[in-house]
Write a protein that binds this ligand. Structure first.
Ligand code: AMP
Ligand code: MG
Length: 334
């Protein structure tokens, strides 16, 4: 195993990463949400490499990461909603779906046949510096194999993709920890297709209009390819909203566990080290979101019979956490 593709995200390495991207190669970059597998959004062959590296179904469109509104407006037609949201939340964890701009240079493959690309300006100095250095938007899905937990650390990227990625810009653990909110502004109504750190309430406050939430667990219409029911899966099954721990289970906790029972050990607090991880001892949802994927990965390695997951309040970024957990827990499809 070679670790030579894992490098610190300093100015020299950002320059090297930009060179690789200009040649059509793949670079894993940190963003404030999760690590992204970045490629030139104009280059069909580079985009094809992303699908191959991730083993991703090719009907799944990719988000273009831009350095700001100007770059975004070369790709999509901004409407009044888009201006307001970009002014309020960019750079930040908000992806907007809008009608394609005239002469939009995006790779057809990245669009997966849609006329409505998605754009986002990430709030991370390394991601922004890399986009600037490349001078083109970067498509950057999460830097992991399709259908596995998104990576929040450079080590998780390496474990998932190994040398399928040409360079990993390493800059520690990501801050937000769940992927961006995706909001569809291309239709008559504003609809959130994927919940994230920017909540429906925050969008409504800025837009002063009703924002709908399309829950993939209950809504089967396939307007958003990739809103697959089962996604972000662990190998170990998840048991959600657990109020106790069964024999052979690991525990993903949230908040205090002093009074939680364990079939095997009496109390959950007496379970062996490594089989219990607490998303946030003090019950802080943002802390929980930032730990979610790395803790799911760590508990997956315990090879427990299942992972009991304590209830997470469905408010704020808790909606996004529950969305990811529900999809990770969905039964395998054929
Ligand atoms: P990832 O980049 O891995 O966080 O995943 C991106 C998600 O956004 C996938 O579920 C895509 O299907 C979805 N997505 C990206 N672009 C679009 C788009 N233009 N329209 C609808 N969904 C999109
Ligand atoms: Mg992903």
């Amino acid at each position: 195993m070679t670790l030579s593709n894992l490098v610190p995200a300093n100015a020299e390495m950002i320059g090297r990463a930009a060179e690789l991207i200009r040649k059509g190669l793949l670079v894993a970059m940190p963003t404030e949400t999760v690590y992204g597998l970045a490629a030139n959004a104009y280059d069909d062959r580079a985009v094809a490499r992303i699908y191959t590296a991730k083993g991703r179904p090719s009907f799944n469109p990719l988000i273009s990461h831009v350095s700001g509104k100007d770059m975004a407006m070369e790709l999509v037609e901004f409407n009044a909603w888009a201006h307001r949201l970009a002014d309020s939340f960019w750079p930040g964890p908000l992806t907007m779906i809008l009608p394609k701009a005239k002469d939009c240079p995006l790779s057809q493959l990245a669009l997966a046949g849609l006329n409505t690309p998605s754009v986002r300006c990430p709030d991370h100095p390394i991601a922004l510096a890399l986009i600037e250095a490349c001078g083109v938007p970067l498509v950057a899905p999460s830097a992991n194999l399709s259908n596995t937990v998104s990576p929040t650390t450079p080590a998780a990227v390496f474990e998932s993709l190994g040398d399928k990625v040409d360079l990993i810009l390493s800059a520690g653990k990501t801050e937000v920890g769940v992927e961006s909110t995706i909001v569809d502004l291309s239709g008559e109504y504003v609809t959130v297709l994927r919940p994230g750190a920017i909540t429906v309430e925050m969008l409504e406050d800025v837009l002063e209009t009703k924002v709908y939430y399309k829950n993939p667990a209950t809504d089967n219409s396939p307007t958003a390819p990739g809103q697959l029911k089962r996604h972000y899966a662990t190998q170990t099954p998840l048991r959600l909203n657990a109020v106790d721990v069964k024999k052979g289970e690991a525990l993903l906790a949230f908040g205090r566990i002093t009074f939680m029972a364990s079939e095997e050990y009496g109390a959950a607090k007496d379970m062996p080290e490594g089989t219990v991880l607490n998303l946030s001892l003090i019950g802080d949802l943002e802390e929980a979101a930032s730990n979610l994927f790395s803790y799911l990965n760590a508990l997956d390695k315990v090879k427990a019979m299942s992972i009991a997951v304590m209830p997470i309040p469905n408010t704020g970024v808790g909606v996004a956490i529950n969305d990811r957990l529900t999809r990770a827990a969905a039964p395998k499809e054929q």
